[in-house]
Design a protein around this ligand. Structure first.
Ligand code: ADE
Ligand code: ZN
Length: 337
């Protein structure tokens, strides 16, 4: 291991942008297909991995939704979530805020309760077994209607107190944040936080809408904000957290090379950027891989890396004592290097 890799591995970290369905590894996809008698259009794990070659967000989403077909019962959602927590524990990830896409499951006839109870059960076990604190975010699929989002929010009613907030994901272009103004207004009135993917493929105006119309607490991705100088200034002034996902950006051709990734530029512009994995099993890397490969490509300094990790704790929702403890651990460990 290089010095840089050892350094990154040693730091306690948070992950704020992770779709739990995007952590479905091909091996588990195969095992669950067998367990649930689902036929996959692939002959082997290698075949699945070979199919993960995307030119844009939509090409990925088509496989991501197809992959979900193996998730059928509560235990599947538990196993999926537990496997993710076990994996990021190895990366010294201490806190996670994960998205789930209930509409990708309820549309297939899976009960909302089975999805959420399976995930929440594993999050509780992950806290007990690994000491990883966590929150769950219900994400609406933006290619579906406002009405479908309202129905999903209503289905979640028994679980409002177990959710951190609502999110907005799936096909960005053609589905601006304003399409979901009313359902986000309702969610915020219920005490839920507001998050939205914006500026991944969509224009800076979508980031403006996420801020002004959806009143978001964080922007997921936000890359294309850099095309709008006034927007950059606003994001910096407001200390808005951006949950950036470098390996996702590379795999979905948001950037052509990690050497051209805007992460360093974001820091230099005073933006509160964080590093996250998005859909690690589809994009070829978990949290540490995202830090390591980006740090190598952009020649990030140790100070840059500590800033990114610190931004993750600042942008996370956790009680003050836990945040202080993790920030102290971060500064103590980084001082040793
Ligand atoms: N769903 C899962 N990952 C996503 C991403 N990166 N962008 C939009 N929707 C998603
Ligand atoms: Zn995402």
């Amino acid at each position: 291991m290089t010095d840089l890799q050892t350094f990154i591995k040693s730091l306690p970290k948070a992950e704020l942008h992770l779709h739990i369905e995007g952590s479905l590894e091909p091996e588990m996809m195969f095992a669950l297909a067998r367990r649930n008698n689902v036929t996959l259009p692939y002959a082997s794990v290698e075949d699945i991995r070979a199919a993960y070659d995307f030119n844009n967000l939509q090409e990925f989403l088509d496989l991501y939704y197809a992959g979900m077909s193996v998730l059928q019962v509560r235990q599947d959602f538990y196993d999926l979530t537990y496997a993710y927590l076990k994996r990021v524990d190895e990366d010294n990830c201490r806190h996670v805020e994960i998205f789930f896409d209930p509409q990708g499951h309820t549309e297939r006839g899976i009960a909302f309760a089975d999805v959420i109870e399976g995930i929440l059960g594993a999050l509780a076990q992950g806290q007990a077994d690994f000491g990883i604190s966590s929150h769950l975010i219900l994400s609406f699929l933006r290619h579906l209607s406002e009405e479908a989002a309202f129905d999903t929010l209503a289905e979640a009613e028994p679980y409002y107190h177990r959710l951190l907030g609502v999110g907005l994901d799936s096909s960005e272009l053609g589905h601006p944040p304003s399409k979901f103004e009313r359902v986000f207004e309702k969610a915020v009135s219920l005490g839920l936080k507001s998050f939205a993917h914006a500026g991944e493929e969509g224009p800076p105006s979508y980031v403006h809408e996420a801020l002004d119309v959806l009143k978001v607490d964080r922007i997921d991705h936000g890359n294309r904000s850099l095309e709008d100088e006034a927007l950059v200034q606003r994001l910096a002034d407001e200390g808005m957290v951006l949950t950036v996902c470098p390996l996702s950006n590379l795999k979905l051709c948001v950037v052509d090379d990690l050497k051209n990734h805007p992460l360093k530029k974001m820091l230099d512009l005073g933006l509160t950027a964080t590093v996250n994995s998005d859909d690690p099993s589809y994009f070829g890397g978990y949290l540490n891989d995202n830090y390591i490969r980006t740090a190598e490509a952009l020649d990030l300094s140790k100070e840059d890396i500590v800033t990114l990790v610190r931004n993750g704790f600042k942008g996370a929702y956790m009680n003050g004592a836990r945040r202080e403890k993790l920030l102290k651990e971060l500064s103590d460990i980084s001082a040793e290097f």
